[in-house]
Design a protein around this ligand. Structure first.
Ligand code: NAG
Ligand code: NAG
Ligand code: NAG
Ligand code: NAG
Ligand code: NAG
Length: 335
């Protein structure tokens, strides 16, 4: 990051990594929200040992899937979360706000997967927006409700934060890259506790899988106050033409996280037509990311009103379909 970019980033009153010397210029109201988040973070403990995470379903757009259902979740996202010690609930589209609200009060976090739906007006983005808003509202009453966006999920987060489509052409399709981490990782929640050997690997080895045509550039990020005040950049990468894009960020004051890359494919996708990293360090990184997010969900103590309602919401009620011969996913849940 250049010093100019840094000073732009730190114009945000919420820039916590900034030095104490700048604290006096922080508006009281922002200082208050900063402190209340620090309090929230210190108060919450990862003591929910039975976390349940919702994954938002999306409309089928690939014609090879039409015969199986209207909406889907790739099972790699389900396996990815389960591998870190949680259970998964599919979040169906087109439910009423009341139904989403009661689901919100029953689960401990939400994952927005990769895929291909409209950023601003799809049924997926409406549903994601409801959980995003509820998570932010809950934070003000001391409730920690984490949200994670992968690839398209990352892009949807940028649209939810700004109300705009701010993506640029950044083509990085079928390539694996090391992360170009920023200095902010040392104060980040996501990477603060990363083991040194894994940190070394993630900055040098091609272990983050990219499958996207669009991305958020640092220029657009720093020019947009809504983005630069809300998130801090944890890593960037360059697309096949050398254009820099943001590959990882986390919200400064909320448990909201986004990766433009795909941590789940390293362990759960195997089609030889795609660049899925499967080295020992690639597996380790994938597990680290899953552990991090599921740990965030342990800080939320929501639960279903009854074991019966919990049982009927869980993904175990659906059987995934084998799709390894028609897509990059081994198995897909259709709804
Ligand atoms: C790494 O990121 C910094 C900003 O954090 C940027 O200035 C630099 O150009 C990036 N390097 C590469 C190789 O992308
Ligand atoms: C959601 O509702 C719209 C109509 O409002 C419909 O066109 C669409 O197919 C529905 N999607 C699902 C997954 O039910
Ligand atoms: C982005 O790529 C699309 C094709 O995917 C092209 O139509 C469009 O002109 C490109 N935009 C810019 C700004 O390069
Ligand atoms: C994707 O990358 C993999 C590994 O590099 C390669 O084997 C495969 O042919 C690529 N697929 C396409 C469509 O380019
Ligand atoms: C893919 O595999 C399934 C299960 O073995 C089979 O029923 C289906 O016909 C196959 N599809 C193609 C396009 O090969």
């Amino acid at each position: 990051m250049t010093s100019q970019e840094k000073s732009q980033a730190c114009e945000s009153a919420r820039c916590k990594s900034d030095s104490m010397a700048n604290m006096s210029s922080i508006k009281i109201v922002d200082l208050y929200s900063l402190l209340s988040f620090a309090l929230l973070i210190s108060k919450v403990q990862g003591n929910n040992e039975r976390p349940i995470i919702g994954i938002i379903t999306q409309e089928v757009s690939d014609e090879v899937f039409f015969q199986y259902g209207k909406t889907y979740i790739a099972d790699s996202y389900v396996n990815y979360l389960e591998s870190a010690g949680c259970r998964v609930v599919p979040i169906r589209l087109n439910l009423s706000e009341d139904e989403y609200l009661s689901l919100f009060h029953s689960i401990n976090g939400v994952l927005l997967p990769g895929g291909a739906v409209g950023l601003l007006t799809s049924h997926f983005s409406r549903t994601a927006g409801i959980f995003y808003k509820l998570s932010i509202e809950a934070a003000s009453s001391g409730i920690y409700f984490p949200i994670w966006g992968t690839c398209m999920g990352f892009q949807i987060l940028t649209a939810l934060t700004t109300g705009e489509d701010l993506l640029s052409n950044t083509s990085a399709e079928n390539i694996s890259l090391p992360l170009n981490l920023t200095e902010d990782i040392s104060s980040s929640r996501m990477f603060r506790h990363i083991p040194p050997k894994l940190l070394h690997a993630v900055t040098r080895e091609d272990i983050t899988a990219n499958f996207h045509h669009f991305g958020l550039t640092p220029e657009v990020f720093y020019a947009n106050k809504k983005l630069s005040e809300f998130y801090r950049i944890l890593s960037t990468n360059r697309d096949t033409k050398g254009v820099e894009f943001i590959s990882t960020f986390e919200a400064r004051d909320y448990p909201i996280y986004g990766v433009q890359w795909h941590p789940e494919v390293n362990r759960f996708q195997w089609n030889r037509d795609y660049a899925y990293p499967h080295s020992e360090n690639a597996i380790w990184l994938s597990q680290y990311m899953a552990n991090f997010f599921v740990n965030e969900a342990r800080k939320n103590s929501n639960h279903f009103p009854s074991a019966k309602e919990e049982g009927s919401a869980l993904i175990y009620n659906w059987t995934p379909t084998y799709t390894g011969n028609i897509s990059g996913y081994e198995q897909v849940y259709f709804f």
